[in-house]
Ligand binder design. Structure first.
Ligand SMILES: [Zn+2]
Length: 358
């Protein structure tokens, strides 16, 4: 089996904006084919399952495949592209960055245009760039017809271009799209870890679509799997950089372990499920933080209200600079989150489920 770092490199570098996640699903399938049953929902969410010694409880662990990106909404007479966001972007982090545009002729390198400081007026220096001023340069120049040469059309998808690199600290990897290929990686690696092992349940490793535009695949995937317990795996927000630390005594930080998210924008973690997971972490001496976020939600918020309700929560991996070209995680935290998921999968039997859902 492909080693973990090269699997995560392939996952994060894949092209997968909301609505066009097939490349990511193909990578998941290659990792899990042969020892898992593979299925999809009708809008593309990927579902791999492995039965242990019992058919129930049904435990679903899910990351979302989509990354924040853009769609081409117009092309001007000189071949410059206008784009609109798919997911949350702060235009500050976009200027001057490289992107990939997928057209009917292939993937093409583009650059998000920015003015050099020499040309900025004093008020422009202070302002955040408006969307109406943002454009992608796909190589426009005299004698090169961008539309003809690249085949670009309105409706084409665009994602950041930012190859995977390891930093001087060998535990830290920087690339686009840790949000949320880290969750896809964990859902797949959980099943890899359970290969050839007993567990008192059926485990579903799921990769959902369209989280960044409204937790959409979470509903369809959970409806298809009908789990008893659902855990969203996603990025957390590392608060260990200048200007980020809030009032918390133990803020989320690199090397601190998995993050157990108890409160998010649109949901609270199922309290008895969260208690069960924290007890497992304590018993197994797996490091973790307990966290909350004010804005934004994970797929867990949608799982909870799918069907007649699903006991749900989110386990996260602290991450720096998400929704930019250069997000970073610490692989020790990935390992802690994976260890926790494996321990939960080995312990979630019918008795545990009865205590959780009552
Ligand atoms: Zn996100």
């Amino acid at each position: 089996m492909q080693d973990r770092v090269s699997f995560l490199k392939e996952l994060t570098e894949a092209f997968g904006p909301p609505g066009l996640e097939d490349d990511v699903a193909a990578i998941m399938r290659r990792r899990l084919d042969g020892f898992c049953e593979i299925d999809r929902d009708n809008i593309g969410s990927f579902i791999a399952s492995k039965k242990g010694t019992a058919d129930t409880p049904r435990l679903m662990v899910a990351g979302h495949m989509d990354e924040v990106g853009w769609m081409v909404t117009d092309i001007d007479a000189n071949g410059f592209l206008r784009i609109r966001p798919l997911g949350g972007w702060w235009t500050h982090v976009m200027l001057g960055q490289r992107v990939k545009v997928r057209t009917r002729k292939g993937d093409f390198l583009g650059v998000i245009g920015s003015k050099p400081p020499h040309l900025l007026k004093p008020d422009e220096r202070k302002a955040v760039q408006e969307w109406t001023a943002i454009f992608v340069d796909l190589g426009s120049a005299e004698g090169f017809d961008v539309e003809k040469e690249t085949g670009v059309r309105r409706g084409d998808f665009v994602v950041p271009h930012a190859p995977f690199e390891t930093m001087a600290n060998p535990n830290l990897h920087v690339v686009k799209a840790w949000d949320n290929r880290v969750g896809c990686g964990l859902a797949a690696d959980l099943l890899c870890e359970l290969k050839g092992q007993d567990h008192p349940n059926a485990v579903f490793g799921v990769a959902t679509v369209q989280e960044e535009i409204g937790l959409r695949g979470a509903g369809t995937a959970a409806d298809k799997v009908k789990p008893d317990v659902a855990i969203a795996v996603d990025v957390g927000l590392a608060l260990d950089t200048p200007g980020s630390t809030g009032q918390d005594r133990n803020p989320e930080k690199f090397g601190g372990g998995a993050s157990i998210l108890l409160l998010e924008g649109r949901a609270v973690a199922h309290p008895r499920l969260a208690r069960f997971v924290m007890n497992v972490a304590d018993d197994e001496k797996i490091p973790y933080h307990v966290t909350s976020i004010e804005g934004g939600s994970t797929d867990s918020a949608r799982f909870q209200i799918t069907g007649s309700g699903i006991a749900s929560m989110a386990i996260c991996v602290p991450s720096r600079y998400i929704h930019s070209h250069s997000s970073i995680i610490d692989q020790r935290d990935y390992q802690a989150a994976l260890d926790l998921l494996v321990a939960v999968a080995k312990r979630l039997d019918t008795n545990a489920l009865r205590e959780i859902v009552g």
